[in-house]
Structures are given as structure tokens and as C-alpha cells.
Design a protein around this ligand. Structure first.
Ligand SMILES: [Zn+2]
Length: 663
């Protein structure tokens, strides 16, 4: 991973004549509405503060073709030298921020104190603090940085505030929060824009953007780099050259040691980072590469964020423009495997926009890094390594294959496209506070699919029956599954999707275990052709077919019962052994009689079901969870098949003779 990131940094450094700072500028991601860069202009002549829109950041284009590519704008960022806020608990020393609270309190006085005595910027900031800031008096500990706050009583933004009273009842931090809220509302009114649309604020003095001054640039440049002590020479982890090195990784955003932790699974402690010492050039490359990846190669599946990190196998030359287009291509491939929208659409787009990457397809591989952001900290959830770019095409083609196979059997709907996003909703993950916690299984599954490792069939069945229980017992609030309007409809479509997922995994050759379809003679079974076709295509074996037919009959009864379909209560969702299966068969038979549903059509299904059960029941090979899953599959198929529910071929209610024999 680290190699790929430094390669990108190198390409960026070689590509154009961008300066160090240019490479660390944070572009603004375009939004549905316009956004703004707002200047906070301190006028020392008139003694007034003016708020002005310095730049309008355009809206996202509605072009669906561009949906998948990262749309960003860096003009406002360049204008105000936006390089992000300082990380975690470090003091905020920047004159441009997306958090106005920093600029109304700590940034200006703290930056002033950091600058050299003879700096022009220092005296300018001092002027602002003296003329416009209120001193809350000496404060200690973590409140220290909130000592100075914008005085909003003169020039008047609000006259309702009495600082001397306020500081008696509130902590400096709380005072700053209150003041920020008042100023935000004032700006909204003054500029007629919602504060949600203000992407950045920047400090100005008498009409001049202070972030553009040379003093500020020099300060930021130094602030973004660690110290390279000429005395502490060592070998750079990346280029291996002997040089002054730094092992201070706090200025980097990714936690590289995770990778080694995975490799060596050693006990990581204290000084581990010492292995990662970088020379100044490589450090810069990493920073530039990280910034590029964060802005151009970020994606997500469900609530998981991910970076796609390419690694080039040969030396390539690319301009930063070419590199951006390459990033779009990478994102487009991944995002189509995530949300499939048709195979022709995919190929057309490749031909039209990305044909040049066909030539370099074999010259790079990928890492997929799943992570979670917790304030300024990035927690790595999973790293999937060394994926050939063709893999995403393979996944897209497999989604299409499954879709084609099910044509005419299921309704024409994107609901049946099994892609990475669908899989998210087929794997129940417990969430706490809106964030999935037990994510490991789901990420294991993604990892297997993306890297082509096999998956245990029974593990999948467990997940599917977990999912069935989420629907059946309406456990939606604690899982990543949203409650549908019609829960039975939601459950049955999910169960069919699980069947299609098994097919998807089989097509990819990933499924390990399970009994395959052998010696299954469907010809002799008197059941509908569409059902036979579905069974054949998914690849059920005979015991599975018996359960599927049982589920189908439960559907027939439930349809006649209506409402909540009380027959569904006869299924034991925690798992069913063979004894329970026999009991359920008897109950199904009784209910068919009770609801006058023993039509010849249903009788044939019952006969087929019982014949298969008789054949295997004394040596039943499926486990308790599989039994539940395949019964629910038959039930779901009845509800979700392409043919409408009410049609019953050869139905003839009057013909209710020779009952099939029971056990
Ligand atoms: Zn180096």
C-alpha cells in the first residue's frame, strides 16, 4: 500500500510544476447546492467586520454519466490555501477553515504567537486580536486555547451578550461555541446563504486575504512537514537511501504500520513506528499521494468508506490530468461492480471514455482499504491487497450472468442485480449508534469476492437465516437493514436475492462445501416448468427441492389465509431438524385440507415433496439452518416469481379425491 501511495506522489511531483503546497491543497467536493468561500474581513480603518462571498463553488452536475466520478473544485481552496484543519487535538493554527469557531477564537492569537518576531503577518494578526478580540482572562489546561474570542458587542453583531457575565457561568470553550453560533446566524442573514453551504471561511485584513501572504505560505509549508534532524541519519523505508529521516508519522494520514501488522501479526507496541523512517522527499511523496487518494479515489459500500489504492508494476509517466482520469476509470470500474446498471452501459462507457486504459490494464494492481473515520482519526477496518483491475470487470460480468439466467423467471427489476451494494443488505450487521459494529463477516465476504478466495457455503447459510430472522422478528432497529413497508414482501425478496447470491458465488467459483445437484430427476416431478427452471438454474439437490416444495405449499396456504399468514408461525426460524420437518409436512397437509387447497395442482406438488422427503429423511444431510433457508426459498419464490400469484394452473377446486398418503 505504501509503495502505491508514494508512486502516485512521485507522478504528481514529476507531472507538473506544482509546488509542495499545491499538492496538499484540499479540493472541495461538489454538492447538490452551490457552496461558498466566505471572507471574514477585519477593517482596522472603519473598525468594522465585513463578511463577504469570495468565491462560489459550483453545484454537482446532474449528468448521470458523471455520478461515479469524483467532482471537485480547487479554486476556492487555492485562493485561501486550504490544506485541512490540524489533526485531532493539535492547536488550530490556520487562517482558512471549514469550522468558523477556530477562526473566531484560537487560530489568530495562536498563530500570531508561533510566527517570528519580525514577521509582518505576526503584527497584522496582533492588530486584529487587539482591535476585535475579547480576552476571557487567564485560563488553564485544555481551555487555554479558547482564551481569546471575537468580541461581537463592538462592532455590533449582537448587543445581547455580556462577556463578563458569560465567563462567570460558562467555560471558555462554551463561550466560543455560543459566539460562533451567533456569528453563523449573522452571516446567514447578511449574505442570504445557509451556513451549510459555506464550505470555507478565511481571514482577511482590510480587504486582503491573509492566507495568500508569503509569511503564511512559509509557515504552513513548515508546519506540514516533520523535523528532519540532520544528526539522525538513517535509511529511508521507501527509497532505502541514507539520509536524515523522520519517523514522525503524525503529519501523515494513513496508518502504514497496519499493513505490517497484517504481514507479521506481531505484537505492535510503542516504538514500532521506528521501522517507518522516511527521507524528506519520500515524506512529501506520501503526503501528496495520500491527498490525491483521499480526494480522487474514495468510495463506499453501504456505510463503509473505502480507498482504492493502485500500485504500478512498471514505471509509467502521467500528467496530473491523466492521473485524475485514471482515478476516474478506477472508481468507475469499482462503482459499477457495486451498483450494476447494465452490461452494455459499462462496455459503452469504457469504449467511449476509458479505452486508453485497456493498454495499461496489466501494469497495475489495487489495494482496497476499508476504513472508518472517527473525527480526525482514520481507523482501518480491512485491507484487501493486490487485486488485478480485471477483477472488477469479472464481477460486473457475473452480475450480468445471474441477471440473464433469471430472465422471465423473476420480474424485470434492478432488485435482482446481485452486486456489491446488494450484498451489504443481505448480510445482517449489528449497528450501534448508527455505525455497524460487527462488520467483520461482511468485510470477510467482500474480501473473498474481490480477491477471489473461497467462502464456506454453510457460513453463507447462517447469514441468510440470520437475515430471515431480522425480517421475521422485525429486529430492524439494531441491524443495517431498513424496515420495508411490507415486511413479508421484503423478506421474500431478500430470500430470493440470497439464492441469487449463491448463484453469483458459484459462477465466480468461490463456494466451498454444500452438496451439489446430482442424479436429480426433475422430469418425473409434476411441478410447473418455471419452478423446474429456477431449481435447475440455482442448482438445488433433491432434499433441497423437497424443502422448496414445502415452502411453496406454505405459500399456497398463506395466500388463502391472507393478512399475517398464520401458517408462517409453523416454521421454527431458529432451525429445524428432520423430526420437525416431518411434523411440518403433516401440518401443511392438514391446512391444505382446511383451506380447501388440495387442488390437483397442489396435490402434485405435495406428492413430489413427500416422495423426495421419503427418499432422504432417514439419512437427512442438510443441517437445521439449511432446512429453514430452503423452505423459505420455496415460499419466497411463490411470491416473487414473474407470474402473478393468483394464477393457479389447472386449478380445479371440485376435484378433491384420493388424498396423498401420509407418513
Ligand atoms: Zn526516501
Amino acid at each position: 500500500m505504501i509503495e502505491g501511495i508514494s508512486q502516485i506522489g512521485q507522478l504528481l511531483l514529476e507531472g507538473d510544476d506544482s509546488s509542495y503546497i499545491d499538492l496538499l491543497i484540499q479540493p472541495i467536493s461538489l454538492d447538490k447546492k452551490e457552496q461558498y468561500l466566505v471572507g471574514i474581513d477585519f477593517n482596522t480603518v472603519s473598525k468594522l467586520i465585513d463578511f463577504k462571498i469570495l468565491k462560489e463553488i459550483p453545484r454537482k452536475t446532474d449528468d448521470p454519466e458523471k455520478e461515479d466520478t469524483q467532482q471537485t473544485d480547487d479554486e476556492a481552496s487555492k485562493m485561501s490555501l486550504w490544506v485541512g484543519n490540524a489533526s485531532s487535538n493539535n492547536p488550530q493554527l490556520r487562517l482558512t477553515s471549514n469550522q468558523i469557531a477556530y477562526l473566531l477564537s484560537q487560530s489568530i492569537p495562536l498563530l500570531r504567537d508561533e510566527l517570528p518576531e519580525d514577521s509582518k503577518l505576526r503584527s497584522q494578526l496582533d492588530e486584529i486580536v487587539k482591535a476585535f478580540f475579547f480576552d476571557l482572562g487567564e485560563v488553564f489546561g485544555d481551555q487555554k486555547k479558547f482564551r481569546y474570542v471575537l468580541d461581537i458587542t463592538y462592532p455590533v453583531i449582537s448587543s445581547d451578550i455580556n462577556f463578563n457575565e458569560l465567563k462567570m457561568t460558562k467555560s471558555p470553550k462554551e463561550v466560543v461555541e455560543d459566539i460562533s453560533d451567533i456569528v453563523k446566524k449573522h452571516i446567514e442573514k447578511r449574505l442570504s446563504v445557509s451556513s451549510k453551504q459555506i464550505a470555507l471561511y478565511t481571514v482577511m485584513l482590510n480587504g486582503q486575504i491573509l492566507a495568500q501572504s508569503d509569511d503564511y505560505k512559509a509557515f504552513i509549508e513548515e508546519n506540514l512537514q516533520p523535523d528532519f534532524d540532520a544528526k539522525s541519519k538513517g535509511n529511508c523505508f521507501i527509497c532505502n537511501k541514507e539520509s536524515p529521516v523522520s519517523s514522525n508519522v503524525t503529519k501523515l494520514k494513513f496508518k502504514y504500520y497496519i499493513e505490517d501488522k497484517i504481514n507479521f501479526s506481531s505484537d505492535v507496541q510503542g516504538d514500532f513506528n521506528k521501522n517507518f523512517s522516511f527521507c524528506p522527499l519520500c515524506y512529501t511523496k506520501l503526503q501528496a499521494g495520500e491527498n490525491f487518494i483521499q480526494n480522487k479515489l474514495k468510495t463506499n459500500i453501504g456505510s463503509f468508506s473505502a480507498y482504492l489504492i493502485p500500485k504500478f508494476l512498471f514505471n509509467l509517466k502521467m500528467t496530473s490530468e491523466q492521473l485524475s482520469k485514471f482515478a476516474n476509470f478506477v472508481l468507475f470500474s469499482f462503482n459499477t461492480a457495486r451498483n450494476f446498471e447494465g452490461i452494455n452501459k459499462f462496455y459503452d462507457r469504457i469504449r467511449e471514455d476509458y479505452i486508453e486504459y485497456d493498454d495499461i490494464k496489466n501494469s497495475f494492481i489495487f489495494n482496497v482499504l476499508f476504513f472508518k473515520k472517527n473525527k480526525a482519526e482514520m481507523k482501518i477496518l480491512k485491507l484487501i491487497k493486490d487485486i488485478p483491475p480485471d477483477r472488477f470487470t469479472k464481477l460486473i460480468e457475473t452480475t450480468n450472468k445471474v441477471k440473464e439466467k433469471m430472465k422471465d423467471l423473476l420480474s424485470e427489476s434492478p432488485m435482482w442485480n446481485i452486486d456489491l451494494a446488494k450484498i451489504y443488505y443481505l448480510t445482517p450487521v449489528k449497528k450501534s449508534g448508527g455505525d455497524p459494529t460487527a462488520y467483520k463477516e461482511l468485510l470477510e465476504l467482500y474480501s473473498a469476492i474481490i480477491s477471489g478466495e473461497s467462502i464456506d457455503y454453510l457460513v453463507m447459510i447462517r447469514q441468510f437465516t440470520d437475515l430471515i430472522r431480522v425480517y421475521r422478528f422485525e429486529r430492524f432497529p439494531i441491524y443495517n437493514i431498513t424496515k420495508p413497508n411490507d415486511v413479508i414482501w421484503g423478506m421474500t425478496s431478500a430470500v430470493i436475492q440470497c439464492n441469487l447470491l449463491l448463484l453469483y458465488l458459484k459462477e465466480l467459483n468461490l463456494l466451498r462445501g454444500g452438496i451439489s445437484m446430482e442424479n436429480t430427476d426433475l422430469e418425473t416431478l409434476k411441478i410447473d416448468d418455471d419452478m423446474k427452471e429456477f431449481i435447475t438454474k440455482i442448482g438445488y439437490n433433491e432434499p433441497q427441492i423437497a424443502l422448496f416444495l414445502m415452502g411453496k405449499l406454505i405459500g399456497e396456504i398463506g395466500w388463502r389465509q391472507g393478512g399475517n399468514e398464520p401458517i408462517l408461525e409453523k416454521i421454527t426460524y431458529q432451525g429445524m431438524d428432520s423430526k420437525r420437518l416431518l411434523r411440518l409436512t403433516n401440518e401443511i397437509f392438514e391446512k391444505l385440507k382446511q383451506y380447501k387447497a388440495l387442488t390437483p395442482y397442489n396435490k402434485n406438488i405435495f406428492t413430489a415433496c413427500k416422495m423426495l422427503l421419503d427418499k432422504y429423511i432417514n439419512n437427512w444431510q442438510l443441517d437445521d439452518q439449511e432446512n429453514v433457508f430452503y423452505i423459505l426459498s420455496g415460499y419466497s419464490y411463490r411470491r416473487q416469481r414473474a407470474k402473478p400469484d393468483t394464477e393457479e394452473p389447472e386449478a380445479n377446486e371440485s376435484e378433491e379425491t384420493d388424498e396423498p398418503s401420509l407418513f
